[in-house]
Design a protein around this ligand. Structure first.
Ligand SMILES: NC(=O)C1=CN([C@@H]2O[C@H](COP(=O)(O)OP(=O)(O)OC[C@H]3O[C@@H](n4cnc5c(N)ncnc54)[C@H](O)[C@@H]3O)[C@@H](O)[C@H]2O)[C@@H](O)CC1
Ligand SMILES: [K+]
Length: 491
């Protein structure tokens, strides 16, 4: 798992690592430039355009100069455009400048005509995590011009102008791809910056995760290779009971589809037995749509404790009898999952939050979270609110969206890397509720259930989108859930 650390700690991290390894900062810059070069070759080997590298005065600019050398040595046509005289640039920038081969054409931004064509590349190495104020003057002029040119655009470490841990003030470079070193900078995960970052790629520059952990501030980035350790192992002697008995509450008149999706997703995630509690008139629908599901009667509701996990909310409606809801929460003492109308009902009467069993998983989308915790001026503040909410109520808060975050009662935050925009479709959230409830019912601790649910859900969305793109619907995501276990090699 990658630690996400703040920009001002990056310098401390670099210094500590360099000291521990008895290397030079220049060597670390070389690692970064090489990592970029390898990635670039892999991504764009088929495109033959000219490469324009815009280099600012700090070490981000220094990366650009080192990259210019590597690309030129591999036979590419490279122009380096600088903003400050060499003497005013960082020492590692200067050292790299001395090593530039003569075939790299070097010119001041003041003399550059911005003649760049569609097949060409612009590498944005103007500012990295050292940016400390909005860009202006010659930098702003260049960024504005570049943002109006159509070509391949890549930001190195972070799009220039975006502060590493805050919301952008003013303008920034708009990239198609951002190649970030070692871990994603926090602000790359904010929806406000999506039009600037393009696709985000993380490359290793040789600092081990364990080393970065020393500087961790409780934020983690979840990648594919991290997921298997959160899974429970089952064996040949495992029986239906081991895979859990769960009950889902929801599906009011006209919204039974939400329960169809949740219950199917739970079964596809591995649940042994799934009961649903739905409006009386809708029973035939669910039993036809999902014959594997059982409809709960008064007996099951009475014996709530015999269920391994509950999932509350998909399509429930807000007309639910609150006394019934509170009695569920009060009678069930194990972690459960609350989504959709289950959350809306809590937002209406926040005093009922105290009945939510500790360790439960709440899965609001941005609007539902706003109803629960109030308005936030931006995503940074929203994430802070999510962290406080999880702490205050002793729950795991899954804030859904791109880079879904999971805030824990201990104050940590995990950011998911799977998924895509095509999953923003009706019923996608109901699928996630079914999946997390399923993992919880299979005996996963709540954090593991939330992490596995969120990651597999996103991966299923990616798999569904391979053939269907914006035509993906929630049922397609469910169909791809089993394939995610195969893909991640989970038994
Ligand atoms: N471990 C890592 O993450 C590594 C980072 N490296 C690179 O180093 C970068 C950080 O380098 P620096 O700390 O030198 O920072 P930057 O390269 O981001 O630039 C900072 C310089 O720009 C000036 N500046 C800041 N904001 C400005 C503004 N709005 N207008 C004009 N000037 C402004 C500062 O006074 C300083 O001189 C990273 O983003 C990365 O690209 C790599 O070289 C090596 C390893
Ligand atoms: K940059």
């Amino acid at each position: 798992m990658l630690s996400i650390i703040s920009g001002d700690k990056v310098k401390l991290l670099d210094a500590a690592f360099i000291k521990a390894r008895q290397m030079r900062s220049l060597d670390l810059m070389e690692n970064a430039a090489k990592a970029f070069f390898v990635w670039f070759e892999r991504m764009f080997s088929a495109i033959q355009g000219e490469i324009f590298i815009f280099s600012g005065p700090g070490n981000n600019g220094g990366d650009g100069v080192a990259i210019a050398r590597l690309l030129a040595e591999s036979g590419k046509s490279v122009k380096l455009i600088f903003f400050q005289d060499k003497e005013q640039c960082s020492p590692d920038y200067q050292a790299n400048f001395e090593r530039l081969p003569s075939k790299v054409k070097v010119l001041s931004v003041l003399d550059f005509d911005f003649q760049i064509t569609e097949n060409d590349f612009v590498l944005d190495c103007i500012f990295g995590v050292g940016i400390n104020r909005p860009i202006e003057g010659v930098y702003l002029e260049a960024v504005n011009k570049l943002n109006h040119i159509s070509c391949h655009k890549i930001s190195v470490d972070i799009p220039s102008g975006i502060p590493s841990d805050n919301i952008l003030q003013g303008e920034a470079f708009k990239a198609e791809h951002t190649l970030t070193f070692q871990f994603p900078k926090f602000s790359l995960l904010f929806p406000e910056h999506a039009e600037y970052t393009g696709r985000i790629h993380v490359v290793d520059i040789g600092i081990p995760d364990e080393f970065i952990l020393n500087f961790n501030e409780g934020k983690f980035f979840l990648r594919r290779e991290d997921i298997s350790r959160f899974h429970k192992k089952f064996h040949a002697f495992s029986h239906k009971g081991d895979f859990g008995r769960i009950m889902l509450f929801g599906g009011s008149v006209g919204k039974v589809g939400a329960m169809v999706l949740s219950s199917k997703a739970a079964l596809r995630t591995g649940s042994g037995l799934v009961h649903v509690q739905i409006a009386e008139s809708e029973r035939a629908i669910i039993q036809t749509a999902v014959p594997e599901v059982m409809v709960a009667g008064a007996q099951e509701i009475k014996k709530l404790k015999s269920f391994d996990a509950l999932g509350i909310g998909p399509g429930w409606g807000t007309e639910v009898d609150l006394a019934f809801y509170c009695s569920l929460l009060k009678r069930y003492h194990k972690p459960l999952v609350i989504d959709a109308d289950g959350l809306n009902l809590l937002a209406k009467k926040p005093e009922n939050l105290k009945y939510v069993p500790k360790g439960s998983v709440l899965t609001p989308h941005l609007k539902e979270f706003q109803r629960l915790a109030g308005e936030a001026k931006d995503h940074k503040e929203r994430l802070e609110k999510a962290r406080s909410f999880a702490r205050e109520h002793g729950v795991y808060l899954v804030l859904k969206g791109a880079f879904t975050s999971i805030s824990t009662p201990q104050g940590e935050q995990f950011f998911n890397s799977s998924g895509n925009q095509y999953m923003a479709t009706a019923g996608s959230g109901d699928v996630l509720t079914g999946m997390i409830t399923s993992f919880l019912g299979q005996g996963y601790p709540p954090l593991n259930a939330a992490i596995c649910g969120v990651f597999h859900h996103g991966l299923a969305g990616e798999m569904a989108a391979l053939k269907k793109r914006r035509g993906v619907i929630a049922s397609d995501i469910i169909e791809c859930v089993p394939g995610t276990f195969v893909e991640l090699n989970i038994e």
